[in-house]
Design a protein around this ligand. Structure first.
Ligand SMILES: [Zn+2]
Length: 63
């Protein structure tokens, strides 16, 4: 008999954050920047895309 091991890649905290912070489908650059800044502070499942980093540099937003 094999025991099934259930491993979640995303921790409960991160999952909850994602559930309450869903990126809008037609998100503007500003909304995406805001989302990623909030995401970075709460979760580390993925980084900020290079394209968005460039937009943040243009706006003098630290990330
Ligand atoms: Zn995440």
């Amino acid at each position: 008999m094999k025991k099934k091991k259930i491993k979640s890649k995303v921790s409960k905290l991160n999952k909850e954050w994602h559930l309450s912070h869903v990126m809008p489908k037609n998100a503007t650059i500003e909304q995406r920047i805001e989302w990623h800044l909030a995401h970075k502070a709460n979760c580390s499942c993925r980084g900020i895309p290079e394209k968005l980093k460039e937009e943040m540099k243009k706006r003098h937003i630290a990330y």
